[in-house]
Design a protein around this ligand. Structure first.
Ligand code: FES
Length: 108
């Protein structure tokens, strides 16, 4: 996979009627794009506790937190930091930008 490059991943209109979409980047990487207000976050769609998808988790918009639907671990959407057990390690996050209504993520 190419690194240190911005990858166009979605059109902003895909988040018009939903606050989250998932996109497969490669065989072993799927990401979750989350819209909160005018901000776009991108995290790997994999919980660091037991590798379950985060897609179905609750999102706490004000705190910018996602809660895993499986065992309740919580993660900071801005830093990836694990905030609640049973997770202790962060999830992978990706910087995002929007240009010409396209959402890009930075692969590092
Ligand atoms: S798989 Fe997410 S908390 Fe267990």
């Amino acid at each position: 996979m190419v690194t240190n490059t911005w990858l166009e991943i979605a059109d902003i209109n895909e988040l018009q009627n939903t606050s989250r979409i998932k996109k497969r980047i490669s065989d072993d990487l799927e990401v979750l794009i989350i819209k909160i207000g005018n901000s776009i976050f991108c995290v790997e769609n994999r919980c660091s506790h037991d590798e379950k998808p985060l897609y179905d988790g609750n999102i706490y918009e004000q705190e910018k937190i996602i809660e895993c639907a499986y065992h309740g671990a919580r993660f900071d959407l801005e830093t990836g930091k694990a905030l609640r057990m049973p997770a202790v390690t962060p999830i992978n996050i990706f910087k995002t930008k929007i240009e010409n209504n396209k959402i890009y993520i930075l692969l590092t």
